[in-house]
Design a protein around this ligand. Structure first.
Ligand SMILES: NC(=O)CC(=O)C(=O)O
Length: 300
């Protein structure tokens, strides 16, 4: 059987300290991406909303137009900055996420998205993922957040082929709570699930590590969660704790809440070892439930 991960890959998750100043955030992201590249990373990841504050009232103000692709520098300074950093560092770059302005995906008329762009080491756009599951929660006395007040959801699962390594799935934050998305991506051949994400002090403490380890356990793949650093002067306080989990759900590296970079060496042999020890891949019962990765539907 061909290896899912063809050669070892050094992953870097940048837990960036962002401000309300987009130009500063882009310059700071460049510094950290180049630091990770110098440290030998092949694939570098930035956090959700890495160049803006995270909050529904900020999305419109910070939004950029990505279509038609490629956008002009005036339409999307972030697209050009990310492409340039990937090229300068010679790394694959999952550019966290940015607020995007585009045509509505549904009849809500809402024209903003929470969007992640992935670039090749040559600076070419490889993939675009619009957050599929919008973060709408209300935990009384703790946190209320409703992305759907202003955002439209994306409508696809994103699996990116990195030719020298293999396939990587990219989704955003709240998407991690939906196991179907992860399982479909893994069954389409992803060896790594990446989630730029900004959990908060309530849900981060409850579920951040649990979900990373759950998605790894379900699918026997590596999982990377990349958060912004925590800023207690901001309205939304990110959990931090960016982490990489191995295919057997062991936490390989985890940060605290401060700015930093998590590095991990991912190996194809580890995926194979875990999958042959507990061979879920050969034990699925598609006679009992459908293979959702092949569009199977449940019939009573
Ligand atoms: N910010 C998110 O999209 C998700 C989150 O914080 C959570 O699921 O908890």
């Amino acid at each position: 059987m061909a290896k899912l991960l063809k050669q070892p890959l050094k992953l870097a998750l940048i837990q960036l300290a962002s401000t309300a100043d987009k130009a500063h955030n882009l310059a700071h992201a460049r510094t950290k991406v180049l630091e990770a590249a110098r440290a030998g990373a092949h694939l570098v990841v930035l956090p959700e909303c890495f160049n803006s504050p995270y909050g529904t009232k900020y999305f419109a103000q910070y939004s950029e137009t990505l279509l038609p692709s490629p956008p002009s520098e005036a339409q999307s300074p972030s697209f050009h900055a990310l492409s340039a950093m990937a090229k300068e560092g010679g790394v694959y770059l999952v550019g966290g996420s940015i607020p995007e302005r585009g045509p509505p995906s549904d009849n809500s008329g809402k024209s903003l998205y929470n969007t992640s762009l992935t670039f090749s080491p040559q600076g070419e756009l490889l993939a675009t993922h619009r957050k599929v599951h919008l973060f709408d929660i209300d935990i009384p006395g703790k946190i209320k957040f409703k992305e759907s007040e202003v955002l439209s959801p994306g409508n696809k699962i994103t699996v990116v082929d990195l030719p020298e390594y293999g396939k990587v799935a990219v989704a955003i934050c709240y998407d991690v709570r939906f196991p179907e998305l992860a399982t479909i991506a893994a069954r389409k051949g992803a060896f790594l699930l990446l989630y730029p994400g900004a959990f908060n002090l309530t849900t981060g403490a409850l579920h951040w590590e649990l979900l990373a380890r759950a998605r790894a356990t379900d699918n026997q793949v590596y999982v990377g969660l990349c958060s912004p650093a925590r800023d207690m002067s901001a309205e939304y306080n990110a959990w931090g704790h960016s982490m990489v989990v191995d295919p057997n759900a062991a936490v390989l590296e985890q940060l605290d809440e401060k700015e930093g970079i998590v590095y991990a060496e991912l190996k194809g042999e580890r995926v194979e070892e875990v999958r042959s020890g507990i061979p879920l891949r050969d034990q699925r019962r598609f006679d009992v439930y459908p293979d959702v990765s092949k569009g199977g539907k449940f019939e009573e």
